[in-house]
Write a protein that binds this ligand. Structure first.
Ligand code: SF4
Length: 308
């Protein structure tokens, strides 16, 4: 991958910020620079669409408005509030992170990438997002939308899947300005979410047509070339991946009656599958064991509960 021309980068930044000035999405987490808020929104947005995140984010912030309230909540409350977002490990990470920040940093988030990355659930992207969105440093960020937009414009949509992480970071470094980086990073994520979308990019409404290395070929491209993330080989059980069954189990155990009494294996099976049968008991036990190993469920005798 050759380096980007300064002229092209300058043109790109300016056109992107102009587009953003009139098209920015109104997202509640953009109204603050609080690192806790940034982390909550970033973890919710991993794997979940913005429209689904907004109401959950508002409810979460009402229940756990700061790192201290989250740190002192029970696992049951945290998992309950996360319901509907899926990938429950993210809730666990947030909970552990809140405890760690409260215990080690007195409730004040550290402002260095290394210290942030030492917290549970914080990877290179989230650490840089916090540095950029909360502490307003000029960190570049690389997430799905950024990968897609930069590779399509400056390389080619055909190579999106073959770029290495290092190459994506090099692109982001070259493209991110030293000034107005907050708006630039928000803008590029919005642009990827609204215009340069994965499946059917809206090239006809795009201000980058005359500098985009993918236009116009992308309009007749095959779907396999438009994907940005590589397909995962998630195993399917009775029509759904295991994480969906895990989510259904947690949802059932969170209902008031089950919170009080817990549930047996068969009760759980019948609650999550209309056609549950004894032949599936061993499979269900194996799923429950993954939840027990992740400390999301506890077993007392023959009954399963959410931890307090
Ligand atoms: S022209 Fe199409 S592919 Fe290129 S940046 Fe615009 S929307 Fe994306």
């Amino acid at each position: 991958m050759s380096s980007l021309s300064p002229h092209a980068v300058k043109k790109f930044r300016s056109a992107l910020l102009t587009w953003y000035a009139s098209a920015a999405r109104d997202l509640p987490w953009r109204k603050t620079r609080d690192p806790y808020t940034v982390i909550v929104s970033e973890l919710m947005l991993q794997q979940t669409q913005v429209d689904r995140v907004i109401p959950k984010y508002r409810a979460w912030m009402k229940k756990f408005p700061n790192v201290q309230t989250l740190a002192s909540a029970s696992t049951r409350e945290v998992l309950g509030e996360w319901q509907g977002l899926g990938y429950n490990r993210r809730a666990q990470f947030l909970h552990r992170m809140a405890k760690e920040v409260t215990k080690t940093y007195g409730g004040i988030f550290p402002n260095s990438i290394d210290a942030l990355m030492s917290l549970p659930g914080i990877g290179p992207y989230t650490a840089r997002a916090v540095m950029n969105f909360a502490f307003e440093t000029s960190e570049p960020i690389v997430e799905t939308n950024v990968r897609r937009v930069l590779s399509r414009i400056f390389v080619s949509f055909k190579h999106t899947l073959s770029l290495t992480e290092k190459e994506y970071w090099a692109l982001a470094h070259a493209a991110t300005p030293k000034k107005d980086h907050y708006n630039f990073n928000q803008a590029i994520m919005d642009f990827g979410a609204v215009v340069c979308v994965a499946k059917k990019p809206k090239c006809e409404a795009c201000p980058f047509q005359n500098m985009c290395n993918s236009y116009p070929e992308i309009l007749s491209a095959q779907p396999k070339h438009l994907r940005v993330t590589k397909k995962t080989n998630e195993k399917i059980y009775f029509g759904e991946p295991r994480r969906i069954w895990r989510g259904k189990i947690l949802k059932f155990l969170h209902t008031p009656r089950q919170q009080k009494n817990g549930a047996s294996l068969v009760e759980i099976g019948n609650a999550i599958q209309n056609d549950f049968s004894v032949e599936r008991k061993e499979w269900l036990k194996s799923v429950l064991h993954t939840l027990i190993a992740d400390k999301m469920v506890e077993q007392k005798g023959k009954r399963y509960h959410l931890p307090l």
